[in-house]
Design a protein around this ligand. Structure first.
Ligand SMILES: [Zn+2]
Length: 492
């Protein structure tokens, strides 16, 4: 185990980080042909001459993909290009049968945007979005015969072209990020934004959201240092750890008097170390030129306006609305807005109970804890909005104490039964029957004349003694607020 790396700032350095995020769009078909998108189907069953790059075939642009990319660019506050074109990016690799990728170069669909990100300490930072562009995904290589599944050590490699031609949107940020924590916050919130746009399933493990990071370090005030590119961080945790390790490696090298070579580097989560893969290509290595087989795309104001109208309420706007409409703390409003389905659940619950504050506490507390522990999504919850509303109703009318409600909730998650059934089965229910409580109080006071007299002479503390006795008598099921009130009345 290596020691926790010290931050760049602690060592008198500053890291400069820019992110490139690839998002697979969830259109029905591929970017330039009619093959259906698939995940997990047998290899090479979703292919055709176009996406296999046979000679003489012609690509046709997927209109839905343009719409989705426009949505992403608009949600990131980009200017939308009135006229945008595709370029060929030439390089040779076995997962790319045409030996070029159709991408965008100097006329991307969106430029000059930003995303405001809430950091862990509650402060906000604005991360500039340099560009949003469209391209097609490559196929997938499977390295077999080796232990690690990586190319080094493999006996042979197989290629699956099902993924080849999947529409991608690439989002490139300005180098505005300076710590691994900020990078993680940005990516988390970007992911939630894209998910809410309904254009991708943003599943990092399955590769529908992939993140590369450009990293350099410098002494504060110095010009930018040489950057390296960390490839394919497929979880928030890897991104964070990979950045920490790469920043540390660069500072170590520079302090040792070495120079940083511009390279693509790979982070190995198993060892926590970074290794250099290959020297990084410059743009001119790709010999970009306009794709001659595809016409330019004109996105006029009317089109952009129409797409803008399809945008859902975005997380930042929802956060503001939830805070205002329901009087929630900014942090709670933020948590409920970052997950669309959780936010929807909360709003439905608040409407059903009429008590937003309590609803938010339950959704962010016990309900979220249950989802996390079970590793499930809101839609898979065993407790519906109606069922939870009924439980909260039992707390509101005094049938259950807060503590009992937690117990009932847990039983609801495992049994799928409703609150009233569980209360009846467990004989839970608070005793809120004044007559029954008064009878118990009368008996207890008669049995304890000494303390009763002390209370009448002004020793308030004695009330606690009687409350304790009533609770003992009722096995904790008496409604405490009622017991207090009745005791005072009776003793006076
Ligand atoms: Zn195809």
């Amino acid at each position: 185990m290596s020691a926790q790396p010290r931050s760049a700032t602690d060592r008198g350095w500053e890291a400069v980080i820019g992110l490139e995020i690839h998002v697979q769009l969830s259109t029905r078909t591929k970017m330039f042909c009619g093959c259906e998108l698939s995940f997990g189907d047998p290899p090479n069953t979703h292919v055709c001459p176009v996406c296999l790059g046979h000679p003489g075939v012609l690509p046709v642009t997927n209109e839905k993909a343009i719409e989705y990319a426009t949505r992403v660019a608009l949600a990131l506050n980009c200017s939308i290009a009135e006229r945008t074109i595709f370029h060929r990016k030439n390089y040779f690799y076995p997962d790319l049968p045409k030996a070029y990728q159709i991408s965008q170069y100097d006329l991307p669909i969106g430029i000059g945007g930003h995303l405001d990100v809430e950091l862990d300490d509650g402060s906000n930072m604005r991360v500039g979005i340099t560009r949003v562009h469209m391209e097609e995904d490559a196929g997938k290589l499977v390295h077999a015969g080796g232990a690690s599944g990586r190319i080094d050590g493999a006996d042979y490699s197989l290629v699956d072209f099902n993924r080849g031609g999947t529409p991608l949107v690439e989002i490139v940020t300005e180098p505005d990020i300076s710590t691994p924590d900020q990078a993680r916050s940005f990516l988390t919130q970007l992911r939630s934004l894209v998910e809410q746009l309904g254009v991708s399933d943003v599943n990092m493990e399955e590769g529908s959201l992939r993140c590369d990071a450009n990293v350099s370090v410098r002494k504060p005030g110095d010009p930018l240092g040489t950057k390296t590119e960390l490839k394919n961080m497929n979880s928030f945790r890897f991104l964070h750890r990979g950045l920490e390790a790469e920043i540390e490696r660069q500072i170590d090298s520079l302090e040792f008097g070495e120079r940083i070579a511009q390279a693509t580097v790979h982070f190995d989560p198993a060892t926590g170390t970074v290794s250099s893969l290959r020297s990084k290509e410059e743009a001119h290595d790709y010999r970009y030129f306009p794709e001659p087989d595809l016409p330019p795309i004109e996105l006029d104001e009317a089109y952009v306006g129409k797409v803008r109208q399809t945008l859902p309420e975005l997380p930042a706007a929802r956060k503001e609305r939830l805070a205002g409409q329901y009087g929630l703390a900014p942090k709670d409003a933020g948590s409920l807005s970052s997950n669309k389905r959780l936010g929807d659940y909360f709003e439905a619950l608040a409407a059903a109970t009429g008590d937003a504050r309590t609803s938010a506490n339950w959704v962010l507390g016990d309900f979220s804890a249950y989802l996390n522990a079970a590793c499930i999504d809101v839609t898979q919850s065993a407790v519906s909005v109606t069922a939870l509303a009924e439980l909260l109703g039992l707390v509101a009318d005094g049938t259950l104490s807060g503590k009992m409600a937690k117990e009932v909730f847990e039983a609801m998650t495992t049994s799928g039964k409703d609150a009233k059934t569980i209360v009846a089965e467990k004989g839970l229910g608070q005793i809120s029957d004044a007559g029954e409580l008064e009878g118990i109080i009368a008996r207890l006071v008669a049995a304890n004349p000494g303390p009763a007299e002390e209370f009448r002479q002004g020793r308030e503390k004695v009330l606690g003694f009687f409350v304790g006795q009533v609770m003992k008598e009722t096995k904790g099921q008496a409604n405490p607020a009622m017991v207090n009130e009745l005791l005072r009345k009776y003793l006076a």
